[in-house]
Design a binder for this molecule. Structure first.
Ligand SMILES: Cc1ncc(COP(=O)(O)O)c(C=O)c1O
Length: 332
């Protein structure tokens, strides 16, 4: 990727003149089976321009209660777009048409109009869980019956495709717009793409500029991004194998609670409350041995497998986990 950055042919992307960015955007659109794509600085920015392009101030957007767009994106679409979130509690991050129907409000002078449904595949806070194409289609069909668009936060959509061993278009055909990340498992240093039809991308491009995300010689970002899409998708299965191995090993440590069968992709969530430790304490101790993890609320810990993490690293992590469990187990 560093070599590709060095060799990248560059131009001014604000004027649409960076050939490497244009190549990446065409490639991304084609891969996703859509008309056009837009390179953004981050997944957060791609989600934000996607919402801004499909709503007006005062609209309501339906999301799963643990959606990254709601939980971790600084309330961006509300703060900057005046858009109100309406939350639905899903099952492992997946909403059904019935779930959505329950919260969908009819046109009424008292209610904000609903204009968009957002789904997340794979679902981060549910532990990297996959919305199957049939689950996606069910919600898509429902959205169309209500005249609504669907946006997919597909930060890790290639993980879903690899986990189900199907083409990524089996998911994208049931959404109007999506975003996916070149960073994360695809291993590029920077960048995400918003994807959809030409009209949507034209609007998203204006919003990206408004947000300060119009970049000049952005081919230095696009060049590794092309490698991410062309060469890094197949390697995701190694991350999934490693995550399953990690989950099975952690589940054997007394005091840790985790069901390894819930691990579908590259995210492992587990609970250390049974050790009498807080997630923060556990994470700090693991860090002392060079193992990184994220603390969440209620004793929940998150680990992610990615490029550069090999089988031996999982074995090391498990041996550290056993040691730390003995150290923090205040119940004994
Ligand atoms: C599901 C999901 N959506 C969006 C994002 C945001 O991506 P970024 O960190 O590039 O803004 C993330 C980041 O972890 C994510 O997990």
């Amino acid at each position: 990727m560093l070599e590709a950055i060095r060799a990248a042919e560059l131009g001014d992307d604000v004027y649409g003149e960076d050939p490497t960015v244009n190549r990446l955007e065409e490639l991304a659109a084609k891969k996703m089976g859509k008309e056009a794509a837009l390179l953004t600085t981050s997944g957060t920015q791609a989600n934000l321009v996607s919402v801004l392009s499909q709503t007006t101030r005062g609209d309501e957007v339906i999301l799963e209660a643990d959606a990254h767009m709601y939980y971790y994106e600084v309330g961006a679409f509300s703060a900057l777009g005046g858009v109100i979130p309406r939350l639905v509690r899903g099952q492992a991050g997946v909403m059904t048409p019935r779930d959505i129907e329950t919260v969908l409000r009819p046109p009424n002078i008292h209610f904000p109009p609903t204009s968009l449904i957002c789904i997340e595949n794979t679902h981060n806070r549910a532990g990297g869980t996959v919305w199957s194409p049939s689950q996606t289609k069910a919600v898509f069909d429902f959205s169309k019956s209500q005249g609504l668009n669907i946006h997919m936060d597909g930060a890790r959509i290639f993980n879903a495709a690899v986990a189900q061993n199907i083409d990524v278009r089996e998911f994208t055909r049931y959404v109007d717009t999506l975003m996916f990340c070149l960073s994360k498992g695809l291993s590029a240093p920077i960048g995400s793409l918003a994807v959809g039809d030409h009209e949507f991308i034209d609007r998203a491009r204006r919003y990206r500029k408004m947000l300060g995300g119009g970049m000049r010689q952005a081919g230095v970002i696009a060049a590794p991004g092309i490698i991410a899409i062309e060469k890094m998708v197949d390697r995701l299965k190694d991350d999934h194998t490693n995550a399953k191995m990690l989950a099975k090993g952690l589940a054997k440590i007394e005091g840790i609670s985790l069901d390894p069968s819930h691990v579908q992709t590259n995210i492992v969530l587990y609970d250390v409350a049974g050790l009498g430790a807080s997630a923060e304490e556990w994470v700090a101790k693991m860090n002392e041995f060079g193992v990184k993890a994220g603390a969440q609320e209620g004793g929940r810990v998150r680990m992610v497998t990615h490029r550069g993490i090999e089988k031996e690293d999982i074995e090391y992590t498990l041996s550290v986990g056993e040691k730390v469990a003995r150290q923090v187990n205040k119940k004994k």
